[in-house]
Ligand binder design. Structure first.
Ligand code: BEZ
Length: 250
Protein backbone atom coordinates (compact mmCIF):
# COMPACT_ATOMS: atom_id res chain seq x y z
CA UNK A 1 0.00 0.00 0.00
CA UNK A 2 1.17 3.53 -0.57
CA UNK A 3 1.14 6.33 1.98
CA UNK A 4 -2.24 7.91 1.58
CA UNK A 5 -3.53 11.43 1.57
CA UNK A 6 -5.56 10.66 4.69
CA UNK A 7 -7.44 13.98 4.75
CA UNK A 8 -8.74 13.59 1.20
CA UNK A 9 -9.42 9.88 1.82
CA UNK A 10 -11.51 10.74 4.85
CA UNK A 11 -13.39 13.72 3.42
CA UNK A 12 -13.86 13.25 -0.33
CA UNK A 13 -13.62 9.45 -0.36
CA UNK A 14 -15.53 8.73 2.84
CA UNK A 15 -17.70 6.22 0.92
CA UNK A 16 -14.82 3.76 1.37
CA UNK A 17 -15.76 3.31 5.03
CA UNK A 18 -19.41 4.47 4.80
CA UNK A 19 -20.19 1.59 2.45
CA UNK A 20 -18.15 -0.80 4.52
CA UNK A 21 -20.83 -0.67 7.22
CA UNK A 22 -22.52 -3.67 5.53
CA UNK A 23 -19.41 -5.73 6.16
CA UNK A 24 -19.64 -4.90 9.87
CA UNK A 25 -23.19 -6.32 9.75
CA UNK A 26 -21.81 -9.48 8.16
CA UNK A 27 -19.17 -9.68 10.91
CA UNK A 28 -21.83 -9.50 13.65
CA UNK A 29 -19.35 -8.41 16.33
CA UNK A 30 -20.35 -9.61 19.79
CA UNK A 31 -19.69 -7.90 23.09
CA UNK A 32 -16.49 -9.24 24.64
CA UNK A 33 -15.03 -10.60 21.41
CA UNK A 34 -11.46 -9.74 20.43
CA UNK A 35 -11.40 -8.55 16.82
CA UNK A 36 -8.60 -7.51 14.48
CA UNK A 37 -9.25 -4.90 11.77
CA UNK A 38 -6.77 -5.52 8.94
CA UNK A 39 -6.05 -2.37 6.93
CA UNK A 40 -8.11 -0.17 9.26
CA UNK A 41 -7.35 3.09 7.41
CA UNK A 42 -8.68 6.07 9.36
CA UNK A 43 -10.38 3.79 11.88
CA UNK A 44 -14.07 4.54 11.31
CA UNK A 45 -15.10 0.90 11.00
CA UNK A 46 -12.78 -0.07 13.84
CA UNK A 47 -14.77 2.37 15.96
CA UNK A 48 -18.08 0.92 14.76
CA UNK A 49 -16.93 -2.56 15.78
CA UNK A 50 -15.80 -1.26 19.17
CA UNK A 51 -19.19 0.44 19.61
CA UNK A 52 -20.79 -3.04 19.54
CA UNK A 53 -18.85 -3.93 22.68
CA UNK A 54 -16.01 -5.88 21.06
CA UNK A 55 -12.37 -5.19 21.92
CA UNK A 56 -10.67 -4.19 18.66
CA UNK A 57 -7.13 -3.80 17.40
CA UNK A 58 -6.78 -1.93 14.10
CA UNK A 59 -3.65 -2.01 12.00
CA UNK A 60 -2.54 -0.37 8.79
CA UNK A 61 0.66 0.05 6.79
CA UNK A 62 0.11 3.79 6.30
CA UNK A 63 1.46 6.09 9.04
CA UNK A 64 -0.69 8.95 7.65
CA UNK A 65 -3.88 6.92 8.02
CA UNK A 66 -2.93 5.83 11.53
CA UNK A 67 -2.18 9.41 12.55
CA UNK A 68 -5.76 10.37 11.61
CA UNK A 69 -7.21 7.22 13.24
CA UNK A 70 -5.40 7.92 16.52
CA UNK A 71 -6.48 11.53 16.50
CA UNK A 72 -10.15 10.67 15.76
CA UNK A 73 -10.38 7.66 18.06
CA UNK A 74 -7.75 8.09 20.79
CA UNK A 75 -9.36 5.42 22.98
CA UNK A 76 -8.73 2.66 20.41
CA UNK A 77 -5.67 0.46 19.84
CA UNK A 78 -4.07 1.19 16.42
CA UNK A 79 -0.82 -0.38 15.26
CA UNK A 80 1.53 0.11 12.31
CA UNK A 81 2.03 -3.18 10.49
CA UNK A 82 2.03 -4.80 7.06
CA UNK A 83 -0.68 -7.38 6.30
CA UNK A 84 1.95 -9.67 4.76
CA UNK A 85 4.06 -10.07 7.90
CA UNK A 86 2.22 -8.75 10.95
CA UNK A 87 2.90 -10.49 14.23
CA UNK A 88 0.83 -9.69 17.32
CA UNK A 89 0.74 -11.59 20.64
CA UNK A 90 -3.07 -11.88 20.74
CA UNK A 91 -5.24 -14.61 19.21
CA UNK A 92 -8.51 -13.19 17.86
CA UNK A 93 -12.12 -14.35 17.62
CA UNK A 94 -12.42 -12.68 14.21
CA UNK A 95 -10.39 -10.81 11.63
CA UNK A 96 -12.24 -8.12 9.72
CA UNK A 97 -11.12 -6.24 6.61
CA UNK A 98 -12.71 -3.64 4.35
CA UNK A 99 -11.22 -2.32 1.10
CA UNK A 100 -7.68 -3.35 1.99
CA UNK A 101 -7.00 -6.84 0.65
CA UNK A 102 -6.94 -5.68 -2.99
CA UNK A 103 -3.72 -3.78 -2.21
CA UNK A 104 -1.97 -7.04 -1.33
CA UNK A 105 -0.68 -9.07 -4.25
CA UNK A 106 0.92 -11.68 -2.02
CA UNK A 107 -2.47 -12.85 -0.74
CA UNK A 108 -1.11 -16.20 0.47
CA UNK A 109 1.11 -14.35 2.95
CA UNK A 110 -1.76 -12.25 4.34
CA UNK A 111 -4.06 -15.28 4.58
CA UNK A 112 -1.37 -17.25 6.43
CA UNK A 113 -0.95 -14.36 8.91
CA UNK A 114 -4.73 -14.10 9.41
CA UNK A 115 -5.00 -17.83 10.08
CA UNK A 116 -2.08 -17.64 12.52
CA UNK A 117 -3.80 -14.88 14.52
CA UNK A 118 -7.24 -16.53 14.71
CA UNK A 119 -8.40 -18.91 17.39
CA UNK A 120 -9.55 -22.28 16.00
CA UNK A 121 -13.02 -21.75 14.49
CA UNK A 122 -12.38 -17.99 14.33
CA UNK A 123 -13.89 -16.12 11.40
CA UNK A 124 -12.37 -14.02 8.64
CA UNK A 125 -14.93 -11.56 7.29
CA UNK A 126 -13.91 -9.22 4.51
CA UNK A 127 -14.82 -7.10 1.54
CA UNK A 128 -12.41 -6.11 -1.22
CA UNK A 129 -12.47 -5.11 -4.85
CA UNK A 130 -13.29 -8.19 -6.93
CA UNK A 131 -12.81 -9.21 -10.54
CA UNK A 132 -13.70 -6.32 -12.88
CA UNK A 133 -13.50 -3.70 -10.11
CA UNK A 134 -12.92 -0.16 -11.47
CA UNK A 135 -12.36 -1.63 -14.94
CA UNK A 136 -13.81 1.43 -16.69
CA UNK A 137 -11.67 3.85 -14.64
CA UNK A 138 -8.51 1.86 -15.33
CA UNK A 139 -9.23 1.28 -19.01
CA UNK A 140 -9.87 4.99 -19.53
CA UNK A 141 -6.57 5.93 -17.89
CA UNK A 142 -4.65 3.25 -19.80
CA UNK A 143 -6.19 4.20 -23.15
CA UNK A 144 -5.77 7.93 -22.49
CA UNK A 145 -2.08 7.44 -21.72
CA UNK A 146 -1.62 5.37 -24.85
CA UNK A 147 -3.44 7.86 -27.06
CA UNK A 148 -1.16 10.67 -25.76
CA UNK A 149 1.99 8.52 -26.18
CA UNK A 150 2.74 8.68 -22.46
CA UNK A 151 4.47 5.96 -20.44
CA UNK A 152 2.04 3.04 -20.05
CA UNK A 153 -0.26 2.93 -17.05
CA UNK A 154 -0.15 -0.53 -15.42
CA UNK A 155 -2.89 -1.75 -13.08
CA UNK A 156 -1.62 -2.29 -9.59
CA UNK A 157 -4.42 -3.80 -7.56
CA UNK A 158 -5.38 -7.43 -7.14
CA UNK A 159 -9.07 -7.96 -7.93
CA UNK A 160 -9.72 -11.73 -7.75
CA UNK A 161 -12.79 -13.77 -8.69
CA UNK A 162 -14.76 -15.67 -6.04
CA UNK A 163 -13.22 -18.97 -7.18
CA UNK A 164 -9.68 -17.63 -7.09
CA UNK A 165 -9.92 -16.15 -3.60
CA UNK A 166 -11.93 -19.07 -2.19
CA UNK A 167 -9.17 -21.42 -3.36
CA UNK A 168 -6.54 -19.27 -1.62
CA UNK A 169 -8.58 -19.33 1.59
CA UNK A 170 -9.07 -23.09 1.43
CA UNK A 171 -5.39 -23.66 0.79
CA UNK A 172 -4.69 -21.43 3.78
CA UNK A 173 -6.68 -23.59 6.19
CA UNK A 174 -10.11 -21.92 5.96
CA UNK A 175 -13.58 -23.24 5.23
CA UNK A 176 -15.44 -20.73 3.04
CA UNK A 177 -19.01 -20.30 4.31
CA UNK A 178 -20.08 -17.43 2.09
CA UNK A 179 -18.62 -15.61 -0.89
CA UNK A 180 -20.18 -13.27 -3.42
CA UNK A 181 -19.15 -10.84 -6.16
CA UNK A 182 -21.51 -7.96 -6.89
CA UNK A 183 -21.63 -4.60 -8.69
CA UNK A 184 -21.76 -1.57 -6.46
CA UNK A 185 -21.75 1.61 -8.53
CA UNK A 186 -20.46 4.16 -6.02
CA UNK A 187 -21.37 7.86 -6.21
CA UNK A 188 -18.36 10.17 -6.39
CA UNK A 189 -18.53 13.69 -4.99
CA UNK A 190 -18.85 16.71 -7.29
CA UNK A 191 -18.33 17.53 -10.97
CA UNK A 192 -14.70 16.34 -10.78
CA UNK A 193 -15.59 13.02 -9.16
CA UNK A 194 -13.85 10.71 -11.67
CA UNK A 195 -10.79 12.93 -11.87
CA UNK A 196 -10.55 13.10 -8.05
CA UNK A 197 -10.77 9.30 -7.85
CA UNK A 198 -7.87 8.95 -10.32
CA UNK A 199 -5.82 11.56 -8.46
CA UNK A 200 -6.40 9.88 -5.07
CA UNK A 201 -5.98 6.26 -6.10
CA UNK A 202 -3.78 6.39 -9.23
CA UNK A 203 -1.57 9.22 -7.97
CA UNK A 204 1.56 7.08 -8.13
CA UNK A 205 1.27 6.97 -11.92
CA UNK A 206 -0.04 10.51 -12.40
CA UNK A 207 2.62 12.07 -10.17
CA UNK A 208 5.32 10.44 -12.30
CA UNK A 209 4.24 12.70 -15.22
CA UNK A 210 5.11 16.34 -15.84
CA UNK A 211 2.29 18.73 -14.86
CA UNK A 212 1.09 19.42 -18.43
CA UNK A 213 1.03 15.73 -19.32
CA UNK A 214 -0.69 14.89 -16.06
CA UNK A 215 -3.45 17.40 -16.82
CA UNK A 216 -3.77 16.18 -20.41
CA UNK A 217 -4.14 12.53 -19.44
CA UNK A 218 -6.69 13.37 -16.74
CA UNK A 219 -8.71 15.40 -19.20
CA UNK A 220 -8.58 12.66 -21.83
CA UNK A 221 -9.52 9.95 -19.30
CA UNK A 222 -12.43 12.06 -18.05
CA UNK A 223 -13.68 12.56 -21.61
CA UNK A 224 -13.61 8.81 -22.19
CA UNK A 225 -15.36 8.09 -18.88
CA UNK A 226 -18.20 10.61 -19.18
CA UNK A 227 -20.47 8.44 -21.40
CA UNK A 228 -19.89 5.41 -19.13
CA UNK A 229 -19.77 6.69 -15.54
CA UNK A 230 -21.60 10.04 -15.55
CA UNK A 231 -25.36 9.70 -15.17
CA UNK A 232 -28.00 12.34 -14.30
CA UNK A 233 -25.38 14.87 -13.24
CA UNK A 234 -23.51 12.39 -11.01
CA UNK A 235 -20.22 10.51 -11.35
CA UNK A 236 -20.06 6.86 -10.25
CA UNK A 237 -17.08 4.58 -9.74
CA UNK A 238 -17.65 1.13 -11.26
CA UNK A 239 -16.94 -0.76 -8.06
CA UNK A 240 -17.40 -4.55 -7.86
CA UNK A 241 -17.11 -6.02 -4.40
CA UNK A 242 -15.96 -9.46 -3.32
CA UNK A 243 -17.34 -10.31 0.11
CA UNK A 244 -16.67 -13.45 2.09
CA UNK A 245 -17.01 -15.19 5.44
CA UNK A 246 -14.50 -17.96 6.13
CA UNK A 247 -13.74 -19.97 9.25
CA UNK A 248 -10.36 -21.23 10.41
CA UNK A 249 -10.50 -25.03 10.51
CA UNK A 250 -9.61 -27.02 13.53
C1 BEZ B 1 -11.72 -0.19 -3.97
O1 BEZ B 1 -12.09 0.05 -2.82
O2 BEZ B 1 -12.27 -1.03 -4.68
C2 BEZ B 1 -10.55 0.51 -4.54
C3 BEZ B 1 -10.13 1.68 -3.96
C4 BEZ B 1 -9.05 2.31 -4.49
C5 BEZ B 1 -8.38 1.82 -5.56
C6 BEZ B 1 -8.80 0.66 -6.13
C7 BEZ B 1 -9.90 0.01 -5.62
Amino acid sequence: MNDWNAKSYDETHDYVWQMGAGVVELLQPQAGELILDLGCGTGHLTAQIAARGAKVVGFDASPAMLKTARREFPHLDFRLADARDFDFPERFDAVFSNAALHWIHESELAIERVAHHLKPGGRFVAEMGGQGNVAALETALRDAAQSLHLPPFEDFNYFPSVGEYAALLENGGFEVNFATLFDRPTPLDGPRGARNWLVQFRGAYLDSLQTKRREAVLEEAEKRLRPILFRDGQWFADYRRLRFVARKKG
